[in-house]
Design a protein around this ligand. Structure first.
Ligand code: NAD
Ligand code: ZN
Length: 248
């Protein structure tokens, strides 16, 4: 049996699938990942949360980067990989998609908000660090375009940041709780397009496996969790998932 047929069989047998996705599922939509050649890290070192808080220049740099790459994210559309997962959710076989991605493409593929768990937030809008109020990026850009003026919260004057979780920033409690609950229920966990090096996020597949779920990894490159997986497929995500799920 080929690896893809084996994945198809595991999906067929499962009743409570949970997906754990990373930047790799969105590269086929034109959004670069972090760690591949040409990925974002070959250009920028990430700005840590403490540095963002400590310096206006870091905040400016962070908005500069955001608006330099925002066009790509706005234009991006879900690809075959996202659509395959949406199909499984629609069929009631997939409980949830736990994602490290911040691009909103799982929701855009038709998965309802309550089944997408964003561990690292969302970069398609901004939020106040004090009162959490949401602000749209178009509004932030208008302000920033005037001589790189830093935007302030309309409600409380607090610091605005894209609604993402930076290195050094606390994980979102609600998303972590939901991810725990989904992981505890999973009978099949599928990691898709993640290098599995960012913790605590990468701990969820390990937890699922410990609790008795079957574990599959679909990723172009090997990962540190390959040895605990029941099946590892080193191939392109869109083609693999569309064959395994039977959609294009
Ligand atoms: P990563 O960049 O560390 O790893 C991505 C993995 O996907 C790599 O191992 C790569 O080999 C694989 N991959 C890429 N394209 C693939 C394809 N078409 N088919 C098969 N495999 C493919 O990403 P990560 O593990 O998600 O960690 C990076 C962090 O960066 C995340 O925490 C996330 O918040 C953030 N990030 C998000 C986005 C996004 O939202 N699209 C993009 C870049 C970074
Ligand atoms: Zn505020």
């Amino acid at each position: 049996m080929s690896d893809v047929d084996e994945l198809k069989r595991l999906i067929g047998e499962a009743k409570r699938i949970v997906a754990f996705t990373g930047a790799g599922i969105s590269t086929e939509s034109g959004i670069p990942d972090f760690r591949s050649p040409g990925g974002i890290w070959t250009k920028y070192r990430p700005i840590e949360f403490q540095d963002f808080l400590a310096s206006e220049e870091m905040r400016r740099e962070s908005w500069r980067r955001k608006f330099a790459t925002d066009e790509t994210m706005r234009k991006a559309e879900p690809n075959a990989g996202h659509r395959a997962l949406a199909r499984l959710v629609g069929e009631g076989k997939m409980l949830a998609v736990i994602t490290q991605n911040i691009d909103g493409l799982h929701q855009a593929s038709g998965i309802p908000d309550d089944k997408v768990i964003e561990l690292h937030g969302n970069s398609t809008y901004a939020a106040c660090l004090d009162c959490k109020r949401r602000h749209e990026l178009d509004w932030v850009k208008q302000i920033f375009d005037d001589n790189e003026t830093l935007p302030k919260c309309m409600a409380c004057g607090g610091i605005l940041k894209t609604a993402t979780i930076s290195f050094g920033q606390a994980m979102p409690e609600d998303a972590m709780d939901r991810a725990h609950d989904a992981t505890a229920e999973a009978d099949l966990m599928i990691t898709i397009g993640s290098s599995l090096v960012v913790y605590p996020a990468a701990g969820f597949p390990v937890m699922a496996k410990r609790l008795g779920a079957r574990y599959v990894i679909v990723n172009r490159e090997p990962t540190d969790q390959d040895e605990i997986a029941d099946l590892v497929i080193n191939a392109e995500i869109g083609a693999t998932l569309s064959k395994a799920v039977g959609v294009n």
